[in-house]
Design a protein around this ligand. Structure first.
Ligand SMILES: *[C@@H]1O[C@H](CO)[C@@H](O)[C@H](O)[C@H]1NC(C)=O
Ligand SMILES: *[C@@H]1O[C@H](CO)[C@@H](O)[C@H](O)[C@H]1NC(C)=O
Ligand SMILES: *[C@@H]1O[C@H](CO)[C@@H](O)[C@H](O)[C@H]1NC(C)=O
Ligand SMILES: *[C@@H]1O[C@H](CO)[C@@H](O)[C@H](O)[C@H]1NC(C)=O
Ligand SMILES: *[C@@H]1O[C@H](CO)[C@@H](O)[C@H](O)[C@H]1NC(C)=O
Ligand SMILES: *[C@@H]1O[C@H](CO)[C@@H](O)[C@H](O)[C@H]1NC(C)=O
Ligand SMILES: *[C@@H]1O[C@H](CO)[C@@H](O)[C@H](O)[C@H]1NC(C)=O
Ligand SMILES: *[C@@H]1O[C@H](CO)[C@@H](O)[C@H](O)[C@H]1NC(C)=O
Ligand SMILES: *[C@@H]1O[C@H](CO)[C@@H](O)[C@H](O)[C@H]1NC(C)=O
Ligand SMILES: *[C@@H]1O[C@H](CO)[C@@H](O)[C@H](O)[C@H]1NC(C)=O
Ligand SMILES: *[C@@H]1O[C@H](CO)[C@@H](O)[C@H](O)[C@H]1NC(C)=O
Ligand SMILES: *[C@@H]1O[C@H](CO)[C@@H](O)[C@H](O)[C@H]1NC(C)=O
Length: 706
């Protein structure tokens, strides 16, 4: 082992020598500055392990030197570990701190006087302000501090960076209340300004835009989520000659669409979504012939139609008019989509737009469509078979309409389809293997809440490997679907109320280590659940209202919701349940055949919001350990055989709104502390239907705020 190790060392040395022969040697002063910088950083994952000793610092991780002058000109310490992963239709937060640098940024940075490129994005300098000494790096062209945990005001002296071409300060907790924004107008080389998530004082948006108008080279302005409330309607002398990207989404801008927008002749990307823009969309929109992407969704435009002028935007690939109150038949807009738009459009988002009538056949003529989102409208009739002509279609999202016709077998030919979402309609159809015949890329299949029958043979080997399957309230049973055996990448599985009356096969419990969410509730599934499960990462499990038996299964340590109610589980509640599943928020084992005591480790689940142990045969005294259960809102021990007094600590819980103890053998006096419970609203005893509101983690489908 030692021999191999030293051989490796020699090899590395040889490689390093060879490399440094062609590469440069860094300046001593700069090497020292980098070492000082490292001292200030917290680096738990040892990303900067190469930063040490007398080695040529040009070879260090993230350091780039100029070949000729041998100066450090680039420092790329971007952390690419994402905050949240998108898997299927779930968003999972991954650890913010993993792989990230923290601590402080040493002022020794200014000794890297020739630095042109500085990227500290994605790290976590919790609560640090953006260091003003960065403004002394006169040659800086690229500065990216996005998502790095900075707080406080943006130092105006950044305006001294006259060579700066790219400035990205987005998604920090920083603000800039300087009313005139003079500092910005000094950044005369600026091409990309990305300050989304920066708070500007709401009354200074006019001066902000006028300051930006002084910058001749601007290509990109991203001002999403900046708390802007207005925008100048008139700009005396419009520059913005090269502006290609304008993102003003997620502000609270209450305005007409200003006329100067239509003079931005090079604009390719315009996002005004989630504001309060009103009035009609000017027919001058047709002059913005460079537009590739137009998002006007979630505003208050008075338009009751899709503006005709959009039809002449021959480069438009993305159109989003979500949440427009169009209120007309979709079929009426054939004209808009008959021009060149028919060839250019790839993404069409018309969700929640009050569209009525049928999905017209001409939809199949928009032949390059990749994403079609018509969710939350009033569309009825069939899924048109002309859709089968959209050979590039990746996402078909028709959830929450009134579709009541057929689903053509031809959709099985959409071989690029990744996401098929027909949930929440009145589709009274039989889906067969043909409907899925060539869907090799399908990852998300969402059919819930339709009276449809899923009729495939028990030998079916589906062409796809799904990440999400949601098929609740469809008809899938009575046999347990054997084709699931091939679905070893599942992250979310909802097969509640699908009419399965069968034993869950052993292979199912070994299906995947990737499952985050499982719902098999309201079937008649029998069988015991093995002690060792492969569901390590699961955080939400609902097996309620089935015929499961045996002892209570234990799910992974990150389980947050566990509903095993209305089954025939027996035996004890494991004494260490609180240690095994410490992050539990909702636990129901109501209506089973559980016996033994209520374990005191329940109190160790610090974030617990609701516990329902009702309708079992639990005995012994209730544990008196609830002092630290500050999040607990609902506690139900009713219909058991518990004895003794009511524990003092129960009513010291500040959030408790509902306590059920009826039908037990409790005795003794009411504890004094119970008076504190009197402020709580009286609730009817019975099964828990309203789950308490949870804070501190991300529910399914909601994108976390960053
Ligand atoms: C510096 O050297 C690297 C490889 O040694 C080369 O790829 C790069 O183009 C050179 N840069 C300049 C500016 O000469
Ligand atoms: C800044 O870095 C992030 C990654 O952390 C990247 O997504 C973003 O595009 C960069 N911004 C610019 C303007 O290059
Ligand atoms: C630029 O730096 C000089 C000193 O180098 C300073 O006096 C001046 O205030 C700075 N300008 C801005 C806009 O911060
Ligand atoms: C603008 O808002 C800031 C606070 O956000 C306030 O201090 C200032 O007086 C306001 N200016 C005007 C002209 O209303
Ligand atoms: C337009 O940009 C030029 C620089 O190219 C600048 O001198 C001029 O003041 C700008 N116009 C306005 C109205 O800001
Ligand atoms: C948006 O602006 C309106 C007034 O125009 C105000 O009532 C509302 O509170 C603002 N919303 C936010 C989120 O700032
Ligand atoms: C927009 O362009 C038109 C025609 O080129 C011109 O007449 C008008 O003054 C311009 N508007 C602005 C706000 O620059
Ligand atoms: C849009 O184009 C038309 C003619 O093509 C022209 O008359 C009109 O002034 C233009 N509008 C703007 C705002 O440039
Ligand atoms: C579908 O719904 C529409 C509108 O409610 C109705 O006119 C039509 O008869 C329904 N079709 C079927 C097959 O139920
Ligand atoms: C399901 O498919 C089988 C074989 O293809 C067929 O015999 C049966 O009638 C189908 N059931 C329904 C409800 O369509
Ligand atoms: C299921 O997994 C467990 C542990 O990972 C293993 O011991 C068992 O043999 C597996 N069972 C089947 C049927 O694959
Ligand atoms: C309990 O489960 C059975 C089926 O196992 C079901 O019929 C019954 O409605 C369920 N009870 C409740 C309250 O959900």
């Amino acid at each position: 082992m030692a021999a191999i190790f030293s051989l490796l060392q020699v090899l590395l040395l040889v490689l390093a020598l060879q490399h440094s022969a062609v590469a440069t040697n860094c300046k001593e002063r700069e090497r020292h500055a980098l070492l000082e910088l490292k001292k200030g950083f917290k680096d738990p994952s040892k990303r900067l392990f190469s930063w040490e000793g007398q080695e040529n610092c040009c070879m260090w991780e993230g350091v780039q030197c100029d070949n000729k002058t041998e100066n450090v000109i680039g420092l790329d310490l971007r952390n690419t570990v994402s905050y949240y992963q998108e898997v299927g239709d779930l968003y999972i937060i991954s650890s913010r701190l993993e792989g990230s640098l923290g601590g402080e940024i040493s002022s020794s940075l200014i000794h890297l006087q020739h630095l042109k490129h500085l990227d500290l994005s994605g790290n976590y300098f919790l609560g640090e302000t953006i260091p003003s000494f960065i403004s002394q790096l006169k040659e800086l062209r690229y500065l990216n501090l996005s998502r790095a945990g900075f707080k406080g005001t943006i130092p105006s002296c950044l305006g001294n960076l006259s060579s700066l071409q790219t400035l990205d300060l987005s998604n920090n907790g920083v603000y800039q209340y300087e009313p005139s924004h003079q500092w910005l107008s000094h950044l005369t080389s600026l091409r990309h300004l990305v300050v989304s998530g920066v708070t500007f004082s709401s009354n200074s948006s006019t001066s902000l835009v006028l300051a930006l108008n002084k910058l001749p080279s601007l290509v990109e302005i991203s001002l999403s989520d900046c708390m802007l409330e207005s925008i100048p309607l008139f700009i005396p002398s419009l520059n913005f000659s090269f502006l290609s990207i304008l993102d003003l989404s997620q502000n609270n801008i209450s305005s007409f669409m200003p006329g100067w927008f239509f003079n931005l002749s090079r604009l390719e990307y315009l996002d005004l979504s989630s504001n309060d823009f009103h009035g009609r969309v000017s027919h001058n929109l047709a002059n913005m012939t460079s537009l590739k992407s137009l998002n006007l969704g979630v505003n208050d435009f008075s338009e009751d139609a899709i503006p005709e002028s959009i039809g002449s935007l021959c480069n438009l690939d993305t159109l989003d008019l979500s949440r427009w109150n169009i209120g007309k038949r979709f079929a009426e807009f054939g004209g808009v989509f008959s021009g060149c738009l028919r060839n250019s459009l790839t993404h069409l988002h018309l969700s929640s737009a009050s569209l009525k009538g049928i999905i017209p056949d001409w939809i199949g003529d928009i032949k390059n469509l990749q994403v079609l989102d018509l969710s939350n409208n009033f569309l009825y009739g069939s899924v048109p078979s002309s859709l089968a002509r959209l050979s590039s279609l990746q996402e078909l999202i028709l959830i929450s309409n009134e579709l009541n016709g057929t689903v053509p077998e031809e959709i099985g030919k959409l071989s690029e389809l990744v996401n098929l979402n027909l949930a929440g309609n009145y589709l009274n159809v039989v889906l067969s293997e043909t409907h899925f015949a060539e869907l090799e890329k399908l990852e998300i299949l969402f059919l819930s809440d339709n009276p449809l029958v899923f009729n495939v043979s028990s030998h079916w080997n589906p062409p796809f490997i799904l990440k999400t399957l949601r098929i609740s309230s469809c008809s899938l049973g009575p046999q347990f679907p054997t084709w699931l055996q091939t679905q070893h990448e599942l992250h979310a599985l909802d097969m509640s109320d699908v009419g399965i009356a069968d034993t869950a096969p052993i292979w199912f419990w070994n299906l995947t280590t990737k499952l985050f969410s499982l719902d098999l509730s309201h079937n008649q599934i029998e069988g015991t659940i093995p002690k060792t499960l492969s569901f390590r990462d699961i955080f939400s499990v609902d097996l309620s209202s089935n015929l499961f038996s045996g002892t209570l299964p234990e799910f992974g340590s990150i389980t947050r919701e566990l509903d095993l109610s209305n089954n025939t589980f027996s035996g004890h509640i494991p004494a260490n349940i609180g240690e095994r599943m410490p992050y539990m928020f909702y636990l129901s084992v109501s209506t089973n055949k559980l016996s033994g005591r209520v374990p005191s480790s329940l109190c160790q689940m610090k974030g617990m919001g609701a516990v329902d142990l009702s309708k079992n045969q639990l005995s012994g005294e209730l544990p008196d350990c609830w002092l630290n259960s500050s999040a607990l809102q609902i506690l139900d021990f009713s219909n058991n055989n518990v004895i003794g007094g009511i524990p003092e600590s129960i009513c010291d819980m500040p959030s408790l709104t509902s306590l059920h103890l009826s039908n037990n053998n409790l005795s003794g006096e009411f504890p004094v502390s119970l008076k504190k419970c009197c402020h709580a609203p009286a609730t009817q005893p019975g099964p828990l239907t309203d789950r308490p509101h949870q804070t501190g983690w991300t529910p399914l489908g909601a994108r976390p705020q960053i």
